[in-house]
Design a protein. Structure first.
Length: 307
């Protein structure tokens, strides 16, 4: 074989070995003791059976502290707001802000590279604008995705909460305590209302760990970011503080949410007539106009031609 044939294969083999070595270094399997400590810190890892989440996640975990330092302002208030936003989107782990800043930095670099490549490929004098637009798009894309995920999750919690609250009322009125009722709801509605059940399971786990109920309920309303959940948490805190019946408080809140849900459905039903105007005018009315006026127009044109 000639060197022209051997060299490409050798380069490919060397590059493959280098990539494999880097991936092996970053994806080194943890010991069983470390895995058990991670499972005790985050009980959700017990369901998956392992704390090893793959090569990409391990690489992000390794590089996140270095990448996040460039965007970390050090302001405690700003960090607190970021934690709340991530929790509202469903990312409540302690290292979620660090990973988000790392992903934001990676997205910024990728946007800068793509913008520069597009600027060099296009034959224009203002190619530097592609750098700015690419960097801006890469920097704000994670923020936009986080906002969409937050809105979607809050909407799901708002729609799932009345059913979960009704079941919680039944459990409490049947003789179960609030903790046991929350556990029962999180088990029964895990397939139909996963977001609400996840939050209730987290709150129940915090109660079992000895955290005061007042703080757990306050964190529950703050972590979801839904007004109805905050109202429910406030009612339960007041019932616990003044010693009133929790079942009655849940019943009142359930009735209030049911009335609010019915009013929102009636409001959307009243808006249907107004929203149907634009499809009717743009899509249906032109077809009706052609069917009704078309024959008359053809006859009129034939009469004019014959004259």
């Amino acid at each position: 074989m000639t060197p022209d044939v051997i060299i490409p294969f050798a380069v490919f083999a060397a590059a493959t070995c280098a990539v494999w070595a880097v991936m092996t270094m970053f994806t080194k399997k943890q010991s069983r003791a470390t895995e058990r400590l991670e499972e005790m810190r985050d009980p959700r890892l017990r369901r998956s059976g392992s704390s090893d989440n793959g090569a990409v996640n391990n690489i992000i975990e390794k590089a996140a502290p270095t990448l996040s330092k460039a965007l970390d302002s050090g302001d405690e208030e700003e960090q607190s707001q970021l934690k709340i936003r991530l929790a509202n989107a469903g990312f409540s782990k302690p290292n979620a802000p660090r990973n988000f800043l790392a992903i934001k930095m990676i997205s910024l670099v990728l946007g800068l590279l793509f913008g520069g490549a597009f600027g060099f490929a296009s034959i224009q004098n203002n190619s530097w604008m592609a750098w700015v637009i690419g960097a801006g798009a890469g920097f704000y894309m994670p923020e936009a995705i986080l906002t969409l995920m937050k809105m979607s999750r809050q909407s799901k919690i708002f729609l799932q909460l009345p059913d979960a609250l009704d079941l919680l009322v039944v459990c409490v009125e049947a003789g179960l305590g609030l903790d046991a009722g929350m556990r029962r709801v999180s088990e029964e509605l895990s397939s139909g209302a996963p977001e609400v059940c996840q939050e209730l399971a987290t709150a129940n786990m915090q109660l079992q760990m000895g955290k005061p109920r007042r703080e757990v309920l306050h964190d529950l309303g703050l972590r979801t970011g839904v007004d109805d959940m905050r109202a429910l948490a406030a009612i339960l805190i007041q019932a616990d503080r003044f010693g009133s019946s929790i079942a009655q408080a849940l019943r009142v809140q359930s009735d209030s949410m049911r009335v609010k849900r019915r009013q929102m459905a009636e409001e959307k039903a009243q808006q249907t007539a107004v929203k149907m105007i634009f499809p009717l005018v743009l899509f249906i009315f032109p077809g009706i106009f052609v069917v009704l006026v078309g024959p008359a127009g053809i006859q009129l044109m034939e009469n004019l031609i014959n004259k």
